[in-house]
Design a protein around this ligand. Structure first.
Ligand code: ATP
Length: 349
């Protein structure tokens, strides 16, 4: 097998004797884009900082291109790791122009090489023509692009981005996230990115790591994180859905109060087991001819689709996503059928 570009082996680190990242292992292949996703405080930034060489490691190790850069008794300085970083605290130099900011990591190159690379990077992030401006003369989104150009300029082996768009409003974030994916793929730069935003992670990444309390719960493709989550935490973090109580009938079917839920299961299910089975909004299909009718408690029009909240039993809510022309209103019944393709079920404890 090809040597991974980045590998974390049972990594643990923390602050003041307190462990914040625990037994975390992952590998990233050259050219891949990966996102660490998880709730606030779960250790995403600490993991990134350890990879950058900004935090010591208490046990385990970090290797880049097969070379150990961090271990309990070893810490290669950040500037010798071949990394590019866009961290929130690594702001632009305010007294340098855009061009000089981007040229910062290229001091060892000749003047003409440097100028050429600066222009290429600024074009790449669509800031051509703004090279003589100062950071305070740019919008927040433009400043983030300069920071990205500066990190890309020296062609790092690995790029680390910590919530690069956190300070921007949602619209700008979403469009920049898409653009970022294009830029990273054109530059073929291996990237590990931290975000809170599940949609941003899915849209950008080849691989997503979901973290909880310092542990990596799953390291997988966005598709598997969503459709074949390893546990209930990942399932709930990855998107909307409702867990219904049920009993496994066979490996592909669970009986529930709303009927049979069928699909392929990630893990084998033993007949007779009591489980909680996941229904995502797109698994619940509006169908006028279906016998199952559930009262609508809320109707959220989102433009492209409608998200219906349907009451099940005394106080459970099932979500149903329909096209935006469905005109059933709150208080009425919506007829639905279940149309799962994947069976996501976890044993009831
Ligand atoms: N310099 C520090 N000293 C002590 N504790 C810290 C320090 N930095 C972070 N922590 C703690 O370590 C834990 C993990 O923090 P970290 O910043 O890695 O989380 P995160 O997942 O990146 O969170 P967020 O999404 O909010 O940025 C938190 O409990 C935090 O309070």
């Amino acid at each position: 097998m090809k040597e991974p570009l980045l590998s974390l082996n049972h990594l643990a680190c923390g602050y003041h004797q307190q462990t914040v990242v625990n037994d975390l292992s992952l590998t990233l292949a050259a050219g891949e884009i990966a996102c660490l996703l998880g709730p606030s405080g779960c250790g995403k930034t600490t993991t990134l900082r350890a990879i950058a060489g900004l935090e010591p490691v208490t046990s385990g190790s970090i290797s880049i291109l097969g070379k150990t850069v961090s271990g309990p008794h070893q810490q290669l300085p950040p500037n010798q790791r071949g990394l590019g970083m866009v961290f929130q605290e690594h702001a632009l130099f305010p007294h340098l122009t855009v061009a000089d900011n981007v040229a910062f990591g290229l001091r060892h190159q000749s003047r003409s090489q440097r100028q050429e690379r600066v222009q290429a990077c600024l074009q790449r992030v669509r800031l051509g023509g703004l090279d003589q401006r100062y950071p305070h003369e740019l919008s927040g989104g433009q400043q983030q692009r300069v920071a990205l150009a500066r990190a890309l300029a020296p062609q790092p082996a690995l790029l680390l981005l910590d919530e690069p768009f956190a300070s921007l409003d949602l619209d700008l974030r979403r469009s920049l996230a898409q653009e970022l994916g294009d830029i990273l793929r054109q530059e073929k730069v291996t990237t590990l990115l931290v975000t809170h935003d599940q949609e941003e992670a899915f849209a950008l990444a080849d691989r997503v790591g979901v973290m909880q309390q310092g542990r990596l719960e799953q390291w997988d493709t966005p598709y598997n994180i969503y459709h074949a989550p390893a546990n209930r935490f990942v399932a709930e973090f990855a998107g909307y859905g409702t867990f219904l109580h049920g009993t496994v009938h066979d490996g592909n079917t669970v009986h529930t109060s709303l009927g049979d839920v069928t699909g392929r299961s990630r893990a084998p299910l033993q007949p007779g087991t009591e489980v909680e089975v996941l229904l995502r909004p797109e698994d619940v299909i509006a169908d006028e001819s279906a016998p199952l009718a559930l009262p609508v408690t809320r109707r959220q029009f989102t433009g492209a689709s409608i998200l219906y909240h349907l009451r099940v039993g005394a106080n459970e809510t099932l979500l149903c996503q329909t096209d935006s022309h469905t005109n059933v209103v709150e208080g009425d019944n919506l007829h639905v059928r279940l149309g799962t393709k994947h069976l996501v079920a976890f044993e009831t404890h």
